[in-house]
Design a protein around this ligand. Structure first.
Ligand code: UTP
Length: 294
């Protein structure tokens, strides 16, 4: 396979087959990706971010108990009829944002949650020989410069290759994230020299973490095909990207904005407060309510 630099990114992959154990018992039956961030599920926010970036095809890597996720993007005729009869145009408008156009939502099954790298590999047939955007749905971002993926597509239009969104984290928590070693740490956009999954703080090359948004070239699938288990016994995407780095360019883009790790309770609660505060509908009331607690 040859890389065509700057080939447009029109497909996005959303791995949603994880077990969500940190959110138990809330996620015993309900997928983590369906937890609502203020007024809509995490997965809908990720899909809207993709749409804003020009993505036209949406590939969900699903597993057991995940059918609610695809159902969420289907037209609900009874609901539409009930709202139409009651003349609830505002609600109808909001509901319409979760209906994906026919033929644009695809699913593939990851039979066992063997890790993020394995989940991405499960999308290989649906992605084909094209660059693709990858979204970790439990990371949400807020920025007044457009969504994280839109910022990345702007970078990609200049650099081509692979692009990874990054954010600084406290040194002592590098063991929780994929960490980047970049050529120009003081620049928001920089070539990547190396990456390592969940290093101990003393081994970490920097405190620049991989945020959960990627633009990847399809050659990653060839590497994932033979990828061995890495940190935590999982098939790690970071290990495969580190191999691809030997033959392709990787660029890091430090997000212009804030990111929230919605994969654990406190991060999710903080995200709900931050997203509610910046929402014109909920912000003013939320600000008043918060005063009671501070
Ligand atoms: P996480 O690392 O947050 O794992 O995955 P998880 O299973 O969802 O949650 P915990 O750690 O048990 O609480 C990040 C994203 O990658 C997906 C998850 O669904 C989540 O959206 N994922 C992870 C898969 O699709 N398959 C996997 O094998 C692992």
């Amino acid at each position: 396979m040859t890389i065509t630099k700057h080939k447009p990114v029109k497909k996005a992959v959303f791995p949603v087959a994880g077990l969500g154990t940190r959110f138990l018992p809330a996620t015993k039956v309900m997928p983590k990706e369906m937890l609502p961030l203020v007024d809509r599920p995490l997965i809908q926010r990720a899909v809207e971010e993709a749409q804003e970036a020009g993505i036209e095809e949406f590939i969900f890597v699903t597993g057991r108990n995940k059918s609610l996720i695809t159902e969420h993007f289907e037209l609900q005729p009874e609901m539409v009829e009930a709202l139409t009869n009651k003349n609830k145009t505002d609600l109808l408008e909001r509901l319409s944002h979760s209906d994906l156009p026919s033929g644009t939502l695809m699913t593939t099954v990851q039979q066992k949650a063997l890790g993020l790298g394995h989940a991405v590999w499960c999308a290989r047939k649906l992605v084909g020989d094209e660059p693709f955007a990858l979204f970790l749905v439990d990371v949400m971002t807020l920025s007044n410069q457009g969504g994280c993926m839109k910022q990345m597509i702007d970078v990609y239009s200049k650099t081509g290759g692979n692009v990874i969104a990054a954010a600084e984290v406290p040194n002592e928590v590098t063991y929780k994230y994929g960490i980047l070693d970049v050529e120009s740490p003081s620049n928001a956009v920089s070539p990547i020299k190396a990456m390592v999954e969940k290093p101990k703080p003393e081994d970490a090359p920097s405190n620049l973490s991989i945020l959960g948004r990627y633009i990847l070239q399809p050659e990653i699938f060839d590497i994932l095909e033979g990828q061995k288990q890495g940190a935590g016994g999982e098939i790690q995407l970071t290990d495969a990207m580190q191999t691809l780095l030997k033959s392709q360019d990787f660029t890091s883009m430090t997000l212009n904005g804030k990111h929230y790790d919605c994969g654990h309770h406190i991060g999710f609660i903080e995200a709900n407060i931050a997203f509610a505060l910046q929402d014109p509908k909920f912000g003013p009331e939320m600000r008043e309510i918060l005063k009671n607690y501070l």
